[in-house]
Design a protein around this ligand. Structure first.
Ligand code: FES
Ligand code: FES
Length: 155
């Protein structure tokens, strides 16, 4: 049995300890917002926050989340109440096919937790572990800048 806090809720699940966190989320807990791209720690599509740090869930054995706090894209916002980062990605065209988007958004949250008003260089560094094949990145960077601008304006 693995017990941890998932998106703010205490969660206990029976799963083999070496199950990838990605599979624990998607297959055991049916949270399919976290995406699998490469499955090898290269693309960042599977990014989640583990104790506030950005990790590739395809590389994390579930035994490592015992007692930890995990945040997935489902913990940020819902379709009826989008998180400001989600809203800005939507409005700025920062999402196309959407495979990279949950990971990009969690990487953005991680970045903004550390740098509430990031420079373009900090944004590029903060999202450097997340690959996108669709957008060309500039719209994603603009979405991050817009999120930061809204936060500064208290919106
Ligand atoms: Fe985990 Fe690509 S699926 S880094
Ligand atoms: Fe398609 Fe990024 S929107 S990979």
């Amino acid at each position: 049995m693995i017990s941890f806090t998932l998106n703010g809720s205490p969660t206990t699940i029976d799963a083999p300890p070496m199950t990838r966190l990605l599979d624990l989320l998607r297959e055991h807990l049916h949270l399919t917002g976290t995406k699998e791209g490469c499955g090898e720690g290269e693309c960042g599509s599977c990014s989640v926050l583990l104790n506030g740090e950005l990790v590739n869930s395809c590389l994390v054995p579930s035994l490592q989340v015992e007692g930890a706090t995990v945040t997935t894209i489902e913990g940020l916002g819902q379709s009826a109440h989008l998180h400001p980062i989600q809203q800005c990605f939507l409005e700025q065209g920062g999402a196309q096919c959407g495979i990279c988007t949950p990971g990009m958004i969690l990487a953005t949250q991680h970045l903004l937790n550390k740098h509430p008003q990031p420079t373009l260089t900090q944004i590029k560094e903060g999202l450097s572990g997340n690959l996108c094949r669709c957008t060309g990145y500039m719209r994603i960077f603009e979405a991050v800048l817009e999120t930061a601008k809204l936060a500064e304006a208290g919106k």
